[in-house]
Design a protein around this ligand. Structure first.
Ligand code: SF4
Length: 342
């Protein structure tokens, strides 16, 4: 390995990982974002090579195109290599300097870790506690389910209706969740950590920069479709959701449903709505198509402004009562102003 690569690898490791405890190779390969993984990589002095960068490019390409990253073989050599591939993947993603790629990659890494958390729950249950301690989360198992402190729940639970605190059972100041939700919360914590630590600012080797250029070409061509919609009469909440999608920001489930209902209610066809959602970092054609077509066929009523506010989706005080009445409200107010002037 040449010196430039070694320097980039060490710089990367120092900036993105945290140390805690003794290293366990299997654990590290399942959870390469962990402090233990950093310790392992530092102690072993894992190196970059052309082969590692090629495998890392494949890992990032899978994340961007398929939305998922394959799990690694159980052989010790493959597990060790996995750590170097992970480090190189993050270099490539950083060199892309593109929010969509970063978000989609982080979601795919978090999902991969979530799959391991699910299988480790029975095979290596101690790993779950180790991952939780990475984020300072103290889960407590009870006969009724798993308890998690409210603060941790609020910080790490997914932004969806099902996880709203008002819909949850509290016990002794803690939130009662299922084992599946415990893994979802950890998955979310992993995604957040990964997103907050990217991009890494460093001088990357030429091979990494070239891989990044190829990855950028894999981005969906209709990425900016959300900004092409004529939004002149759209209410601020809907404009904000479209803006977030255009910036490849992950819109919560409640926001996606509200947006789909709104667009469907104003006469947009399912195909056009699906195109708008293509910018979401976790976009899945199959899931989105099913949900949009279902919403369009059921002709759901648009949530009121107070419901939107309850979901954290209201961003202004328009006084229209329902986002669908926003257009009439602003035209009515303009008309009233003109009449007053006359
Ligand atoms: S008041 Fe209603 S229309 Fe205006 S931003 Fe809030 S939810 Fe949207």
């Amino acid at each position: 390995m040449n010196q430039e690569w070694q320097k980039a690898m060490l710089e990367y490791i120092n900036k993105t990982m945290h140390f805690q405890g003794m290293a366990d190779l299997l654990f590290c390969s399942h959870y390469p974002f962990s402090a233990q993984a950093k310790e392992y990589v530092t102690q072993k002095g894992l190196q970059l090579s052309t082969e590692i960068i090629e495998k890392a490019e494949k890992r990032v390409a899978d994340a961007i195109v398929l939305g998922k990253i394959r799990k690694v073989a159980q052989l010790p050599e493959a597990q060790e290599e996995e750590l170097a591939i992970y480090a190189a993947s993050r270099m490539i993603v950083s060199a892309c300097a593109n929010r969509y790629i970063m978000n989609r990659y982080c979601i795919a890494e978090a999902k991969r870790a979530g799959e391991y958390l699910a299988s480790d729950s029975s095979a290596h249950p101690e790993y779950i506690g180790q991952v939780a301690s990475e984020f300072g989360i103290k889960f407590e198992s009870t006969k009724e389910g798993v308890l998690v402190p409210v603060v941790d729940y609020l910080v790490f639970s997914p932004r969806s209706y099902d996880y709203k605190l008002s819909n949850r059972r509290l016990k002794a100041g803690k939130v009662l969740i299922s084992s599946h939700e415990k893994i979802r919360i950890l998955e979310e914590a992993i995604r957040k950590r990964m997103e907050s630590s990217l991009p890494v600012k460093a001088q990357f080797p030429q091979e990494v920069a070239e891989a990044a250029r190829r990855i950028v070409k894999l981005m969906p061509k209709i990425e900016i479709s959300a900004t092409k919609v004529d939004q002149k009469n759209y209410p601020p909440c809907i404009k904000k959701l479209l803006e977030d999608l255009a910036l490849n920001i992950n819109v919560p489930h409640t926001g996606r449903v509200a947006l789909a209902i709104y667009l469907s209610s104003i006469g947009m066809k399912p195909e056009q709505i699906i195109d708008i959602f293509r910018s979401a970092p976790d976009f899945s054609e199959k899931v989105t198509r099913y949900q949009v077509e279902y919403i369009s066929s059921k002709k759901y009523a648009m949530p009121s402004c107070s419901t939107m506010d309850g979901y954290g989706l209201c961003v202004a005080e328009c006084g229209c009562g329902n986002p669908l009445r926003y257009k009439d409200e602003i035209h009515g107010a303009r008309l009233r102003r003109l009449e007053k002037r006359d």
